[in-house]
Every structure is written in C-alpha cells, then in structure tokens.
Design a protein around this ligand. Structure first.
Ligand code: ADP
Ligand code: MG
Length: 578
C-alpha cells in the first residue's frame, strides 16, 4: 500500500514548518523534564554535602536555571497544545474539503445506495480521529521514546542495580496497561456506536414527529428511545470500568515502584552504595516513568483508530464517480435544444434488469413532447438520463447532434431545467431559493422570474416578502407555493431544454391551475419533455409518446391517438369516467 502511505504523508506537506516546530518543542519538553531532577540532585548532593562551602550563591544560580527551564517548558507546552492542535485541525480541514468535493462529484447511483448519516460520520468523526493521529502521533512517539530512554540511561548511570530493579517492573506494567487500554478502546468504540444509534433514533423520531403525533404514538417512540438510551448506559459502564482499572492500576504500579525504590534504596544507603540525594533523584524519575508509557499507549490507540479512519477515507476517495466528463469536454457557446435518443438501453443495476432497450426518440428544437405510461414504465428514468444523472449503457443521447458524453457536465446541466413532483428547497429565504437558478441574479431578475412563475403575489403576502425564511425543505409553504418557487428558479436559469416530471401531480386543482399556467409560460420556445399523470394537462403537447414495458408503443397528437383507439385512448377514457 505504498500509494496510500504516500497519500497519508502528503497531508503534512503544507505544514512541514509547523510540524518541525512542534517536534522541536516536544524534544525540548522531554529534555527539560529529564534535566530538572538532575538539578535537584546537584542541589541535594553537591551543594548540601557536609563540609562544602557556603552554597547560597550557587543555590541562587540553580534556582535561576530551574526557573528558566520551567518557563521554557511551559512555553513549549503551550505551543504544542495550541499550534500542534491547530495543525491537526488544518489538516482535517484539507481532508474534509477533498472528501466533500469528491462526494459532490458522485453520481445519483452512488447516493441511491448511500446513507446520509454514515456519510456525515465519515466527514466528521473519521477525519477527527485522523487529525488526532496526525498531530499526536509523531509527538507522542517522540516524547515517549525520548523520556523513556532518558529515564532509563540516567537512572542506570546513578545506580545500575536499582535501575534494573525498576526496569523489571516495566514489562508487567506494560502488559497490564496494554490489556486494559485495549478494553477501554473497545468500550469506547462501542459507546460511540451507541451514541450514533441514539442520534439516528432522535433524528428519525423528530423528523417524523408529525406522523408520530398524528398516530398518537409518542409512547412507542419513547420506548424505542429508552431502549437505545439503556444500551448507551451499558456501553458507558464497560468503558468507565476499564478506564478506572487502567488509571487506577497504573497509579498503583507507580506507588509500588516508589516503595521498592525507597526500601531497596534505603538498604543500599545502609551498605554505602548510594547516597540520599541519589535516592531522591531516583524517586523523581520513577514519577516521570509513567508518562512515556502513557504516551506510547496513546500512540498505539491513535494509530489504530486513525489508520482505520484513513482506510475508510481512501476507500471513498478511490471510488471513481460513475458519471464523468472526458478531459477534452466541449462547452458549446449556444445550445439550440434539439434532443435525440438513439437506440438507448438502460438499467439501474444488473440485478434489477433493464428498464428499456433500443429506445429511440427525437424531440425537435422548441417541440413539446409528452410522455405517458403506466407507473414504473420508466418515464422518470428516461428523463434522468438526459442530464446524465445516470449514463446509458447502450446507444446514445445527443443534444444538438452531439453525444452528451462529449459535453462538459456543467454545460450540459446548465442547458437543462427540471421541475419535479418533489421539490427540494433549501432552508433559507424565498429570494435565496429562487436565486439558486442564477446565483448572480439581481433583485429585479428575481422578482421578474417570480412573477412569470405566478409566485410574486403570494411572496409579497408573506410576512417578510422575499426575505421570508421558508424553513427546512420549505415546510412553511404549501405544495403549490413550493412548486412555483421551483419554477421561478428555472425561469431564472433560462435553459433551452425543460424536463417536467409530474410537476402538478401532487397539487389540488386550484393550485394546479396556477402552476400549469406558469409551466406553459416556461415551455414557450423551449424543447420540453413533459411527463404527466393527468392526461388533461398534456392535450396541447405537439406530440404524445406512450411508453410501455416494451418501449414506445404509440405516438402522435392527442386527436390522432384518440382516433387510433389504442392504449392512450384507453387510458384517457379511464380518466374521463373512472
Ligand atoms: P415511472 O416514472 O414511469 O413511474 P421510473 O422511471 O421511476 O418509472 O421507474 C422505472 C423502473 O426503474 C421501476 O421498475 C423502478 O422500480 C426502477 N427504479 C427507479 N428508480 C430506481 C433506482 N434509483 N434504482 C433502481 N431501480 C430504480
Ligand atoms: Mg416517475
């Protein structure tokens, strides 16, 4: 996996200076921690030795040195905690940016299968674990090794026997720590999962609160929530038990080491193999010993968690978007809007089979073609092939005689406007939502587009007019009002090709009339494919195409198809007198 390793390291690239400074500070911090006990040793040993000269002057000097060391230590620690963490955050930002850009490029087929919640947790949690590794990893490793090695060599030089005695403890301590650290880590992962579960539960219940309340099913939701909440407590119990055993055990080991050092040190002093100042120094080093062990364990944990996060990040980044434009993609200066499907075959996935095979259809510039057919016959599918939300797997679709796969995606999609039954509006103001069709539109253009979409009047009646916030997904508007906003959006975009998919199907007849009127205005001089469930709304289409399981089975004007007495005539008769 050398490519991935290179990619992993590449995120350090812009911050190499910061990383070097961070590591430099880490070394300074470790060194100072190691030097301070040596100062104590000098004071308690050489300066206070019986028979030595008046130590006051040198004591003052030592105090000065130690103060300077402590100040440097504090400053370096400050840098590590502040700038080091910032480096992690900046790297996290870079990765997040890359991931989000990549997600935006994925095609509809990707989002058909993806769960928004888990994508979000990738963008947030996974990358956070990774940024912790990026920042703490090198630092913990370095501090851990320097301090550990330092303590070992310094104590060895003071008194080898005592030092080896302490070292004997380490494997035991390490095994203990590793065991509980692993338990703690596993419990932590579990409780994270449980928190995600609760979040999903809350999201689902609150998003569906209207359904919950209308069925008076609050107790049911409460029970589901309580169950998830109880599982959360159980996982926290595991986590805290392991944590208590880990930290408590480490503490006990340190105290045990202290006792051993004191007792054996005292024996050594009796045997004149050690003096008091050495014993004090030794005790100070025993206190320091626990920290590098904790650092190294931390490193092991960040590494594990961060690498898993990185693997998942790369799995996503290495997934090529299903729909891509060629490197030499064309951006035509003007699009006339002539559409032609040539022997198009398509299916969503192999296991679902084909939706249509060898389907051919031409829609001239400015022509209005209506597509009718039973539910599930593939009308929506056909219209989503034209902006390349999915790619055909046989035949081709041409815009102005050019295969749409040779065009840049932005150019293709700029020349197509869609109005669907389900309108997606963003949780901002009316004006912002209309302006989505042309982000640099001035206020006059926005109002003109709203007027043509029969939306100006109702917008002016809203409490803050165009500045009214419309709530999530436009919840504060009626279905007909939402639909007219989505039409205003397309007016502003002003594309030569229009796709209307059951745009009025969910509306009552009153708002249907207002929407229908604005749609007819929208269709003028534009190539239009209109899919309608209510046949009365498409009588005026230039041509009506009937889609069946076998593909296109009839086409012609309303009158011609009625006269033929085929499938369309049958459907029409059904809708007239149900
Ligand atoms: P219509 O709009 O005519 O009612 P659709 O184009 O929505 O029909 O659906 C045509 C067929 O494709 C149906 O069998 C449907 O189950 C299937 N289908 C639609 N969307 C998807 C999708 N995203 N993934 C897999 N199959 C789909
Ligand atoms: Mg449909």
């Amino acid at each position: 996996m050398p490519a991935r390793a290179a990619k992993f390291l590449s995120f350090y690239q812009p911050y190499l200076g910061l990383l070097a400074a961070d590591l430099f500070c880490a070394v300074i911090v470790s060194a100072i921690t190691l030097i301070l006990p040596l100062c104590v040793r000098h004071i308690t040993g050489a300066l206070l030795a019986p028979g030595a000269a008046d130590p006051r002057a040198e004591l003052a000097l030592m105090a000065g040195i130690m103060l300077a060391l402590v100040a440097a230590h504090a400053l370096c620690n400050l840098f590590i905690d502040y700038q080091g963490h910032m480096m992690g955050a900046l790297m996290e930002r870079d990765m997040r940016r890359e991931l989000f850009a990549h997600l935006q490029k994925q095609s509809f087929s990707f989002f058909d299968d993806a769960k928004t919640g888990s994508l979000m947790s990738r963008i947030t949690n996974d990358l956070f674990a990774l940024s912790e590794l990026y920042h703490h990893g090198p630092e913990d490793l370095l501090i851990g090794l320097v301090k550990f090695g330092g303590v070992f060599f310094i104590t060895l030089s003071i008194n080898p026997t005592l030092s080896l005695l302490v070292v004997l403890f380490l494997p035991l301590m390490f095994l203990y720590a590793l065991h509980y650290n692993r338990k703690m880590h596993r419990a932590l992962l579990l409780s994270k999962e449980r928190v995600a579960e609760i979040n999903a539960q809350i999201e689902d219940s609150l998003a569906g609160i209207r359904v919950v309340q209308s069925f008076a099913n609050e107790p049911l939701e409460q029970a589901k929530f309580d169950a998830a909440n109880a599982r959360f407590v159980a996982s926290r119990r595991l986590e805290y038990r392991a944590e208590a055993l880990f930290y408590g055990g480490m503490e006990a080991f340190t105290q045990l080491m202290t006792i051993v050092v004191v007792v054996f040190g005292a024996l050594a002093i009796l045997g004149a193999a050690l003096d008091l100042s050495d014993l004090i120094t030794f005790l100070l080093y025993v206190g320091i010993m626990i920290e590098p062990i904790r650092r190294l364990l931390n490193f092991a944990r960040w590494f594990q968690e961060g690498i898993t996060g990185f693997q998942r990040f790369m799995d996503m980044m290495e997934l090529p978007p299903a729909v891509q434009e060629p490197p030499d993609a064309l951006t035509p200066a003007r699009v006339q809007g002539e559409l032609e499907l040539q022997r198009v075959s398509f299916g969503y996935k192999e296991e679902f089979g084909t939706v249509f095979r060898d389907l051919s259809l031409r829609i001239g510039k400015g022509e209005v073609v209506a597509l009718v057919g039973a539910s599930g016959s593939g009308k929506t599918t056909l219209s989503s092939l034209i902006p390349r939300f999915y790619d055909v797997y046989g035949g081709r679709i041409c815009l102005d005689g050019r295969d749409i796969r040779t065009l840049s995606l932005a150019a293709l999609r700029r020349s197509i406007g869609t109005v669907e039954q389900d309108v997606y509006l963003f949780a901002s103001t009316v004006a912002d939502n209309i302006r989505y069709g042309k982000p640099d539109a001035c206020e006059r253009e926005v109002i003109a587009a709203a007027a043509r979409a029969n939306a100006h009047e109702f917008i002016m009646a809203l409490p803050q007019g165009y500045a009214t916030p419309i709530g999530q997904r436009g919840i504060k508007l009626s279905a007909g009002q939402r639909q007219r906003l989505s039409i205003a959006r397309v007016f502003l975009k002003d594309p030569p090709v229009i796709l209307l998919d059951e745009a009025t199907s969910a509306l009552d007849s009153e708002s249907e009339r207002a929407v229908q009127q604005s749609l007819e205005r929208l269709m003028q001089n534009r190539t239009t494919l209109v899919i309608a469930h209510r046949l009365s709304t498409i009588r005026n289409a230039d041509r009506i195409v009937v889609l069946s399981e076998q593909g296109i089975c009839e086409q012609g004007s309303h009158e011609e198809l009625l006269a033929d007495g085929g499938r369309y005539a049958h459907l029409y008769a059904l809708q007239q007198n149900p």
